[in-house]
Design a protein around this ligand. Structure first.
Ligand code: PXP
Length: 407
């Protein structure tokens, strides 16, 4: 656990949401590019803080926050603002302790008309910057650098909070599969998409396959006109479909490998082996204002290649995690997805995930706050046969929202 939060203070007048603070602290570590390091946050009372302040700083009375870096003697470099920061070279992957007095934080929250959690967040940010080598007491310039960095981080945190709920996009291909079984007009994936949106889906996904086994050209044309959230067109990078995409202009495209014989998309793209071809497709789409996602396995080589060729998103394949029969294998697959989502996020890619997710396997993936959106189809359409589509979407949405709220 990179962030541990411990209480050494009784606080009868307040309820502290430790999950919320841990989550915010994890976001701060990520924004400071030190998410591989451990951080300990200790919440104490004024009595303990006064003792620490006296003992370590020879100052009497309590203060709001103290930082105790673990790596005071490690080699230090400077960042572009002159702060002592070169964590990559610190052999110990622990940043140290931030100690906060809850009593003082409560008084300050009242004084500055902030919520207690916002005050604690500010104190964590301030304490973390001290651990990273920023020091406002060194000079006026240093105080300026530290203040700027604090503002930058708090702004990012605000942004990440407003977008941190994982989104659910629904793949309606299998509604079309049922229609195609009889070659008629029902059920219509365009109507299904409207029901999904009304039930709270954040996007609609369809895969226009070369063999047109489910979604037809007419569906994509109509969906472009009717989808009010975001239309994500899944496709192989072949000329015919690229031309259709450029004509229809979905909100984004997801490039997937496509084999005629497969039942469903089997594995991720080998981006590393097809860089040139995929880069050309990304370029064409980007010129038309269509951002591109690459569907990849949870593999660092593929993530790096996707970034190199200018993808905006990657969608991480969750199939092996979902299909695992043994708990141990499922756990390993989950850990790989979590680690690779983190890598992709760090490198600057936006991260989606999907394939095979169902009502049992979705929650853990939705709880990863590096993943913005899940793309789910089959499980929802299968349940809809018994419960109706609206209910099936709402049930999945409840799982996604609950998991991403508690992280
Ligand atoms: N993401 C991609 C890239 C896919 O190819 C599919 C299947 O069409 C999905 C997500 C959705 O998978 P499922 O239907 O198993 O939920």
């Amino acid at each position: 656990m990179p962030v541990t939060l411990s209480f050494h203070a009784d606080c009868p007048n307040c309820r502290i949401n430790s999950r919320l603070l841990q989550r915010r602290a994890s976001t701060l570590l990520r924004e400071c590019r030190v998410s591989g390091h451990d951080l300990s946050i200790r919440l104490v009372n004024d009595t303990e803080m006064s003792w620490l302040n006296e003992h370590y700083r020879h100052k009497s009375g309590p203060t709001n926050v103290l930082s105790f870096p673990l790596s005071e003697n490690a080699d230090e470099g400077t960042d572009n603002h002159g702060a002592n920061i070169q964590l990559a070279q610190i052999p110990i992957k622990e940043l140290g302790d931030i100690v906060i007095s809850v009593d003082t934080a409560l008084r300050e929250a009242k004084e500055f008309h902030q919520s207690l959690h916002d005050r604690l967040t500010w104190l964590i940010t301030h304490g973390l910057l001290h651990l990273l080598g920023y020091d406002h007491e060194l000079s006026e310039a240093d105080a300026g650098y530290m203040l700027d960095k604090e503002h930058e981080l708090l702004n990012k945190l605000r942004h990440s909070r407003s977008t941190s709920m994982t989104q659910l996009a629904i793949n309606v291909d299998h509604i079309a599969t049922i229609r195609q079984a009889r070659g008629g007009v029902e059920p219509d994936p365009v109507a299904a998409a409207a029901i999904c949106e009304m039930a709270g889906a954040a996007g609609i996904v369809v895969h226009l396959r070369e063999d047109r086994r489910h979604i037809q050209d007419r569906d994509v044309r109509l969906l472009r006109e009717t989808v009010k959230t975001r239309l994500n067109l899944e496709m192989g990078a072949n000329k015919e479909i690229i031309d259709i995409a450029l004509g229809i202009r979905p909100d984004m495209v997801t490039l997937v490998p496509e084999k005629r014989q497969e039942l469903t998309t089997e594995g991720g793209l080998d981006v590393a082996a097809q860089k040139k071809m995929l880069a050309k497709t990304i370029n064409k789409m980007e010129k038309a204002g269509i951002p591109v996602s690459l569907f990849i396995d949870a593999d660092i080589r593929q993530i790096k290649a996707a970034h190199e060729i200018g993808a905006t998103f990657v969608e991480i394949h969750t199939g092996r995690y979902c299909d695992a029969i043994h708990d141990k294998v499922r756990e390993q697959e989950f850990q790989t997805i979590a680690a690779m989502a983190e890598e992709a996020y760090q490198i600057g890619l936006r991260v989606f995930a999907g394939h095979g997710l169902n009502y049992q396997t979705t929650a853990r993936i939705a709880a990863l706050d590096t993943i913005e959106e899940l793309s789910i189809g089959h499980a929802i359409v299968a349940r809809a046969a018994f419960t109706g589509l609206d209910r099936a979407v709402r049930d999945m949405l409840a799982i996604v929202q609950e998991a991403s709220r508690i992280g």
